[in-house]
Write a protein that binds this ligand. Structure first.
Ligand code: RAM
Length: 521
C-alpha cells in the first residue's frame, strides 16, 4: 500500500508565536535506570517466535568470541538509551571488536535483520547496529534511542587471540509521563485491570517530548494518534500541557492554505510533513474540542479555534454537487489499514462529526453566527449522506462507486449520529450480527467501534469487544499494545513485513480511557 499523499507545491506556513508557545511547553523527561531481568533464548512457536528464560538477572557474560551471542530480557518494554561495558580477556586486543546488536519489542524482531527484510517501508527502522570498538576496555553506548524489551549482542569478531566479556548493561529509560499523577483504578475485574496496566505502559512509552505514535516507528506526532492519546491522557497521566503543546505545534506549522498536516517531525527542529489526510486534519477540530472540554483553557480555545475552523472550510471544499465528500484513488483519508477499504462514507461521517464539534466550540466562544453556519453545514452533510449513502434495503451505509459496505463506515456514522438514537444502536447491532464486508484491522479502528457502542447505549457489547480484541494481544504476551493486531493472522502487516510494525503504539492505549471513563466505579 503506498503510504504517501504529498500535497502539490508543498510549503510550510509558520506562526512563530504559536511555535514559541509550543516550545515553552516542552516537557522535562523523567529518566530511570533499568537493568536486564534475565538471559533468554529466542525459539520458534507456531507461526511466531517466543522467548525462554535461561537464567534470572545478568551480571556479566562468559567470554564471547567470534559468533557467540547473549540475549538479554529487560523484563518489560522500555524506551531509552543503552550502554554496557566491554572488557577483553586473553592476549592484548590485536584487532577491533566487531559487534552486532539487535533490539526487539517482541522476540520475532530478533530473527529479522536488515539484510533479510523485504517490506515496503524503510529497513532503517529495524533496530540493528553493527559497531566496531577499536579501544578496549570500553563503555559502549549505542547510538540511538531504542524501543525494546530484548537486546541481543552478537560478537561478529574479536581475533583468535582475545575474547570479550559484556557487563554493566543498563538502559536509561525516558518518558514524560509521571506515574505520580495517575488517579486510582478501582475496578474489581482482573481482566480490566490487566488491560489498563498494559495501556498505561503503552501511553508512558509513547509520551516523550510530544505524544509520539510509536517510539520505535514512526517516532513522530500524528494527529489521529494524538486525538486518542489526549483522550486517554485526561483520565490517566493528565499531562494536559503536553496536549496543548501538540495542538500549538500543529497550528504553528501548517501546509499550504493553513491546512493542518497529517503529522509533524520534531528533529532537528519542528516541521510539518507534506502528507495530508482528510480525516486527520479534521481531528485537529476534535482534539481542540476535547482539550477544552477537559481543561476549560479558554485562551487556547480562542487562539486555536480559527485553525480548527479553517480545517472545516477546507474539508467542505471537497464536497461534490450532491454534498458528498469526493472519493479519490490516492491515500487521501486514513480510517484504517483494511485492504481495499473505501474511505468516502467514513470521510463524510467524520466531516459531520467534526462540524458538530466546531459548532459546539463556536457556542462555547459565544460566536453564535459561526455556530449557526457550522450546524447548518453539519445538517446538510447529514441529509446528503442519508440521501446518497444510506442503503435502506441493506440497512447499511455504502461507500464509493462500488457501494462498499465496511465496518469502518458504519462505526463512523454511528459516531456522527446521523440516524435517530435507537437506529444508531440497531445499525451497530446489525453490524455485529451480520459482520459484513471489510473488517476492522487496527486497534485505532477498534477504538472507534467500542466508542460507538458505548455512545449508543451498547455497553455490554463494548466491554466484550474490548476484552476480546485487546485481550487477544494480552494472550499473545503483549507488554504494550500493538499498532496492528489481526487475531486471524499473527504475521499481518500493512508494510509487507511485520519486522517494522510498531509493537508499542499510542492509538492502541485506549482501553485505559474506556475503563477509567466508563467502567471505573
Ligand atoms: C502509520 C502510523 C501512524 C498512523 C498513520 C496513519 O504511519 O501507524 O500511527 O497515524 O500510519
Amino acid at each position: 500500500m503506498a503510504i504517501t499523499n504529498r500535497i502539490e507545491n508543498f510549503h510550510m506556513e509558520v506562526n512563530q508565536a504559536f511555535l514559541d508557545e509550543a516550545e515553552a511547553l516542552a516537557p522535562a523527561l523523567i529518566t530511570t535506570e533499568i537493568f536486564p531481568a534475565g538471559v533468554v533464548e529466542i525459539a520458534p512457536s507456531g507461526q511466531d517466535w517466543t522467548s525462554r528464560t535461561v537464567s534470572q538477572g545478568f551480571d556479566r557474560s562468559r567470554p564471547l568470541g567470534r559468533g557467540d551471542s547473549v540475549c538479554l530480557d529487560f523484563g518489560d518494554h522500555w524506551v531509552g538509551y543503552v550502554s554496557f561495558a566491554l572488557t577483553p580477556v586473553g592476549s592484548p586486543p590485536d584487532a577491533p571488536a566487531c559487534l552486532r546488536l539487535r533490539l526487539g519489542e517482541i522476540p520475532y524482531e530478533l530473527t529479522v535483520g536488515k539484510a533479510d527484510y523485504q517490506g515496503e517501508i524503510s529497513s532503517s527502522w529495524i533496530q540493528e547496529e553493527l559497531i566496531h570498538v577499536d579501544v578496549l576496555p570500553a563503555r559502549v553506548r549505542l547510538p540511538r534511542r531504542y524501543a525494546f524489551r530484548y537486546l541481543e549482542i552478537t560478537v561478529v569478531d574479536t581475533s583468535p587471540k582475545y575474547q570479550v566479556v559484556v557487563s554493566d548493561v543498563v538502559c536509561a529509560a525516558v518518558t514524560s509521563a509521571d506515574r505520580g499523577k495517575l488517579p486510582p483504578l478501582n475496578t474489581g475485574d482482573p481482566e480490566l485491570a490487566a488491560l489498563d496496566r498494559v495501556s498505561l505502559k503503552t501511553m508512558e512509552d509513547c509520551m516523550q517530548s510530544v505524544f509520539e505514535d510509536g517510539p520505535k516507528r514512526d517516532r513522530r506526532l500524528w494527529l489521529g494518534d494524538l486525538r486518542l492519546q489526549a483522550q486517554t491522557n485526561y483520565v490517566t497521566f493528565q499531562n494536559n500541557d503536553l496536549v496543548k503543546r501538540c495542538l500549538y505545534l500543529f497550528a504553528a506549522l501548517t501546509q499550504n492554505e493553513g491546512r493542518v498536516g497529517a503529522c509533524l517531525f520534531l528533529e532537528p527542529c519542528p516541521q510539518v510533513d507534506d502528507t495530508a489526510l482528510f480525516d486527520y486534519a479534521l481531528f485537529f477540530v476534535s482534539t481542540l474540542h476535547d482539550y477544552y472540554a477537559a481543561t476549560g483553557d479558554r485562551k487556547t480555545l480562542e487562539e486555536l479555534f480559527p485553525t480548527a475552523e479553517r480545517q472545516l472550510e477546507l474539508a467542505l471544499r471537497e464536497l461534490d454537487g450532491r454534498g458528498i465528500v469526493t472519493d479519490k484513488d490516492s491515500w487521501w483519508c486514513f480510517l484504517d489499514w483494511g485492504e481495499g477499504l473505501n474511505k468516502q462514507a467514513g470521510a463524510q461521517a467524520i466531516l459531520i462529526y467534526a462540524l458538530k464539534q466546531g459548532a459546539v466550540m463556536a457556542e462555547w466562544l459565544g460566536v453564535s453566527e459561526r455556530a449557526a453556519v457550522l450546524w447548518d453545514a453539519a445538517g446538510r452533510a447529514a441529509r446528503a449522506a442519508l440521501d446518497c449513502l444510506w442503503d435502506e434495503e441493506r440497512g447499511f451505509f455504502v461507500s464509493g462507486a462500488q457501494r462498499q459496505v465496511s465496518w469502518a463506515s458504519q462505526v463512523w456514522f454511528a459516531l456522527a449520529k446521523v440516524l435517530a438514537p435507537e437506529d444508531n444502536a440497531r445499525l451497530l447491532e446489525r453490524l455485529l450480527e451480520q459482520k459484513p464486508g471489510i473488517p476492522l484491522v487496527t486497534p485505532y479502528a477498534y477504538h472507534h467501534l467500542v466508542e460507538a457502542l458505548v455512545e449508543n447505549g451498547l455497553s455490554e457489547q463494548a466491554v466484550s469487544a474490548m476484552k476480546g480484541y485487546w485481550g487477544g494481544m494480552l494472550q499473545e504476551g503483549a507488554d504494550t499494545f500493538w499498532e496492528l493486531y489481526d487475531p486471524n493472522d499473527p504475521l499481518a502487516s500493512p508494510y509487507g513485513s511485520r519486522a517494522v510494525n510498531s509493537f508499542c503504539h499510542a492509538w492502541s492505549s485506549t482501553p485505559a480511557y474506556f475503563i477509567r471513563r466508563y467502567w471505573n466505579p
